[in-house]
Design a protein around this ligand. Sequence first.
Ligand code: FAD
Length: 437
Amino acid sequence: MTRPGGVWQNWARTERVRPVRVEHPPTVAAVRRSVHAAAARGLRVKAVGAGHSFSGVAVAPDVLLDLSDLTGLVDLDRERGRARLLAGTRLHRIPALLAPAGLAMQNLGDIDRQSISGAISTGTHGTGRRLGGIATQVVAVTLVTADGELLTIDEHQNAELLPAVVVGLGALGIVVDVTLQCVPAFALAAAERPEPLDAVCDAVVARAEEADHFEFFWFPHTDLALTKTLTRLPADAPTRPLGAASRFVDDIVIGNGAHQALCSIGRAMPPLVPAINRLSARVWGDRAFSDLSHRVLATTRGVRFREMEYAIALDDLPRALRAVRRLVEESRWRIEFPIEVRTSAADGLWLSTAHERATGYIAVHRYARADHTAYFAAVEEAMRALGGRPHWGKMHTMDADGLRRVYPRFDDFVALRDRLDPGRAFANPYLTRVLGE
Ligand SMILES: Cc1cc2nc3c(=O)[nH]c(=O)nc-3n(C[C@H](O)[C@H](O)[C@H](O)COP(=O)(O)OP(=O)(O)OC[C@H]3O[C@@H](n4cnc5c(N)ncnc54)[C@H](O)[C@@H]3O)c2cc1C
């Protein structure tokens, strides 16, 4: 977020920049004027959402377009279950906008602080073997292109561009609105419990196939996996929500406050980390509850951390997990944050991490004040040996040469970028690394 003195930094404090100018366009016309004005001065221009990417994808060295004023519902098509939203709309605002029509988003990630355009642009995803990431819910997009013109992409106009544009990394234009295909509102029953890690790793593919949503967290230096299995229910099914007090204790005190304290202790005294992780694995996540979908899917992440996440073929997940476990066991690291394992359906989006393959995700985290470099580098090497694709919004070191090898449509995306943004009005150093000049 932009602070006094004009410095923008992301949530994880891994990226900082002092843009030449920060603008808050409140309308589509104002976005077009910003793009024109930047071009006239030879400046690059970049929209940012909530700044929740860990990578440098959202860094705007010249003109930073903060779209916090470009939010809300443009149109709700109840019959077709479609909602057209302005680009800066935060995910946590969307449930209330959809509720009057009895609609919901099909799936969400772990948190809901992101903007809809940032989330789709980087391929943000949740978990669910039969479900895709948030970008797969998009049926239409309007872009302001480098010449300041509007480009409508929907089933009637420029339909062939939709799979390229939705996970667009901010490289093709400024998204000004997004139309989501929603689903009838639903509830979720959640079962969270600690289980033996070996058994969970062996059964992860089958467990993911059986459940609507399955994921687990493994605390390094322990033999425990905290599994989370969600079952979709009709919206009017009787539910047993967590009470406000229980939610406060579990998510805020234990999940964030106590974890923050434990991370600080672990940083001061690394040999204590394995014992702390065993304790965390026992006190976290042994509960069953049910509630409306967005209240179950999205959680609060109060402790600042750094994250890297790789997507691999689903069938490789057990092998990949064993590789990461070996790395942790053979090293002297003391990792205070859990490893998160999720899945997704294959999709047809050109730069989606789940492009044309059923996917398993392995995400590694470190406390923001700990040194993540050796751990992330070793895990990254193991994931790349399996043809892994890094999450665009999380830390990684891959460049265009490596990415071209794991994305069959990479060169098509680059060619589209050449067509829509030949002068690189939307470039930044991250895009130059991952897409080329
Ligand atoms: C605590 C935390 C939890 C997270 N959990 C998950 C998770 O569960 N699953 C997951 O997949 N990811 C997760 N992420 C990563 C996060 O979802 C993505 O990085 C996402 O892009 C952040 O959205 P944002 O609005 O903050 O986008 P930003 O980081 O601000 O921007 C991301 C990209 O989108 C572009 N962009 C934004 N708006 C526009 C626009 N209007 N037009 C064109 N381009 C635009 C930016 O230029 C940039 O390239 C998490 C991140 C954090 C910090």
